[in-house]
Write a protein that binds this ligand. Sequence first.
Ligand SMILES: [Zn+2]
Length: 297
Amino acid sequence: MRASSANIQSMKIITDEACTGYSRPGHPEKPARISRTLEKLRAQTELSITWTQPGPIDDAAILRAHTPEHLARLGASEDFDADSPAYPDIADYARASAGAGLEAMRAARKGETVFSLMRPPGHHAMRNRIMGFCYLNNIAIAALEALATGIKRVAIFDFDVHHGNGTEDILLNRDGAAFYSIHQSPAYPATGLANAGNNCFNFPVPPALPRGEYRDVLSSALEQLKQFKPDLIGVSAGFDAYARDPLAQETLEAEDFYWLGQKIRALNIPTFSLLEGGYSRDLPELIFSYLKGIEGK
Ligand SMILES: [Zn+2]
C-alpha cells in the first residue's frame, strides 16, 4: 500500500541513544536492543522517519501512577530483584523513557503515527514495586496523563509475551481506562490468568501456540478493545512472542508483527506505541515490520 498523496506523513520515532548507557553483563535487556534497531531504521529507505528526543517529565505525572516511596526508591543502590539491578543513574534513564511515553501520547493526539524506542521498558513496574527490568510504568503514566488532560477513554493494548501486571495494578478499576493483555501462560510473572476488576482483560495463551491461533487471540482482544470505544490507544509493544525469542516459547514471525500493526492501524483511532520487551537478535527486524504495519506500508 502507498501512502495517499493527500496525506503524506512521516512516522515519528522518539528515542535518545543515551538510553544505551546502562548495562550489566549477561542481562537480556541490553543496549544493543536499541543501538541495533537504530542502525536498522537509519539504514532503511521504506519508511520516512522524523526523529525526536524525549522531553522532561515532572514528578506530578509520575505520581499519578506511582507512590512517592516508589519514586524515592529509584535512587537506591541495592538491586531491586535479580532482574532489576540498581544501575547508577537508573532514575534518570527511567524518567527519560517515561518522558518519551508522554511525548508519544501527545503526538498521537495530534494525529501522528508514533513509536517510542527507549529503554528501560515499563509494563511490569507496579504502583509501588520495581520488577522485571521495569522501573517506571511508561504506558500507565502516559494513560493517566491523557485522562488528566481531556481524553475520556483510553485503552491499553499489551502484546508483550509477558503479562503487563504493573499496568494492570495501576489502571485497575480506573474510570476511563481499559487494559487488554495477551501473554504466554505459564510464564513470568505468573499473573494475568483471568480478568481483573471491571476493566482489565487478560488473554493467557499456552506456550507454543501455533501462529494462526495466536493471531486469532490477538484479533479477539482487539475486537473487545474496539467495543470499549476508546478515544486513544496506548500499545505496550513487546516483541518477545517471536518464535526465536530466548525468554519465551511462542511462535510469531516478523510478518505477524506487520499484520498486527496493520490491524491496529485499521481501528483508525489515535495510537501511540512504546517498546516493552523483545530480546532476540532479530528485534530490529520485528520492530521494523510492526512500524511498516502501523504506517500502512
Ligand atoms: Zn516481555
